[in-house]
Design a binder for this molecule. Sequence first.
Ligand code: HEM
Length: 493
Amino acid sequence: MMSITTIVAALSSAAIILITLTHNLKGRSSETLPPNSPPTVPSFIPWAGSLLSFLWDAQTFLHGCRSTYGSVFRLKMVGRHYTVITDADGIMNVMRDPQKVLASPNVTLMEAGGDLELGSIGQAIHDKLAVSVMRIFSPRTIPIISPVLIEQFRTNFRNFASLSDGHSRVMLTHFVGQTMYSSVCMALWGPRFPTETFSEFYLIDSNLLRLLSPMLLPPRKSVHARETIKTLLGEYMAGLGQDEEEYGGMEVPIAIHDLEIPAPVKEGLFLGLMFGLHSNTFRTTTWLMQYLLCDKQLWARLREEVDTAINKHFGSLQKLISAPPHLFGETFFPLLDSALKETMRLSIVAVILRRATVDCDILINEHKSVHIKEGEYVYTHRDRINMSDEYFENAKTFRADRFMNYTEEQPQPMSTFGGGAHICKGREFAIYEMKIFAILCLRLLDFEAERPDGSSAEGYIPEAVYAYPTPVYFPKDLYIYVRPRQDPDIESI
Ligand code: HEM
């Protein structure tokens, strides 16, 4: 029997051939479009349009479209029209949306929670939850969450160190993912939260594209994992408020539980939010750790920076742990701050999607605007900017110190957390979580890293690739041995 991959490959090749054969029809379309409409990429597969080429290799496909049709073009996929924008200024204008004509469909991660069918109340629910998320993850409330978070990080470090015992290797992705997932869930939602659901969460997260794509069969194991995790989230929400201690983030599940919508929809919403909370953060941190673990010199420089900050500026690890989040920035941790920015530059959430609420013209640059019809989608293709030599010298290369002593005149990274009304509501927390995780690893643990075949990981640098719909791709597989740091002057884990 032909596998799904073979079928997709065959269909995709057919689609590419069709597109190539019809190259000379570029821009022709049966619709009547205003003169400043972007050129349309032809597609002759009804409804699916360019989907197969996109799914097969989105990066190559979109780059090919850009070289043929210019920096803004229009695609048809699954019965929808997408105007793809690849210029920095155009993308900024979409995010800022000065005319307030672009809505955030916000489907991608929320739909990971299953069929939500929220209809007309969807936006109101989304806005309500966004307020709770903003409150919980603000710099003022982070110090309330952080003691449990850090205690849980250390518990997980101890577990991994005894599991690895210096002899058994674990995958870096699991070390980072399991530690961040269970620690954040415990810190926000208390010990009753089913943290053992990480394996289900990881399975769904790894298969997100197939789960969300209308053209592919959803993988059975991931569908099952989604049902399991939703049931456990439902049980957790049902028990809320029964004489239990308040944890820093309980406002969110309580708000979801109080909504007048069917239980499976509440569970799906909670799961969707979990993707917003964990997916990008743990993937970005995996990238960061991999960059550090593949370069012994960089690791040593960062360890020195962390030790100096703790010993000289903060006085002790305990004082650093209770410090407010703004002290984790460039003043005391300039290299770590820069390395994280550089990681986020290369592992950016590539796509931000919007939907036009009315017919409108979007400014691409001072000479050009494009027309978008009501109901059509605007798709910003952001990786081209972050990985282009036009904006960053040697853009594809990871340079940990790129953002140290950065000046206003130098090109700035595309705002990793978006911009405008829909800017990421968890960004302060995400940065804090990623930094404190890295600081604790550098201070408390010794790692030995190797490639899948057991050879040394030195120089095994992850390559930045385009990711959709999963926000940030996992880098290459890396295995680690974890041990408590062997230094009598350093506190134990
Ligand atoms: C490295 C980690 C993260 C990255 C790179 C990231 C990135 C983003 C981006 C680019 C957007 C804008 C999407 C758009 O404009 O359509 C966004 C929105 C959002 N993020 Fe994050 N995020 C991260 C972590 C988090 C965390 C920890 C939370 C906490 C729950 C969170 C909650 C949200 C929410 C609620 C929105 C929707 C905002 C709105 O539509 O009003 N994110 N994120």
